[in-house]
Design a protein around this ligand. Structure first.
Ligand SMILES: [Zn+2]
Length: 102
């Protein structure tokens, strides 16, 4: 039994499938940081406000990737999170409207 396809969140340490995390990559050899794709050293993070907050506060991504992770990268993750939450909120709102009409 191999667990090599499982990944670990840098904040809470939860282990799960690669697809259930955000992937932050320090691309080789340019050392640029990017999300989702690329070859190089990668870190994984739950797509949640809690884990993002911890990662930012404790500099977990910088440590995992052995490079400086700037605010702009965290900003794009926050933006991504708020977009995900917004679409959920829209769905809830629509359900609410349906209930009122019934
Ligand atoms: Zn986590």
């Amino acid at each position: 039994m191999s667990q090599k396809n499982d990944r670990r969140c840098v904040s809470c340490g939860e282990i799960g499938a690669k697809s259930s995390f955000w992937r932050i990559v320090r691309v080789h050899p340019s050392h640029q940081l990017q999300l989702d794709n690329g070859m190089g050293r990668s870190a994984y993070l739950c797509p949640s406000a809690e884990c993002l907050k911890i990662a930012q506060k404790k500099n977990r991504l910088s440590r995992a990737l052995r490079t400086t992770v700037g605010d702009d990268l965290y900003q794009s993750l926050w933006r991504r999170l708020s977009l995900a939450n917004r679409s959920e909120a829209t769905v809830n709102h629509l359900h609410g409207t349906t209930n009122i009409m019934m």
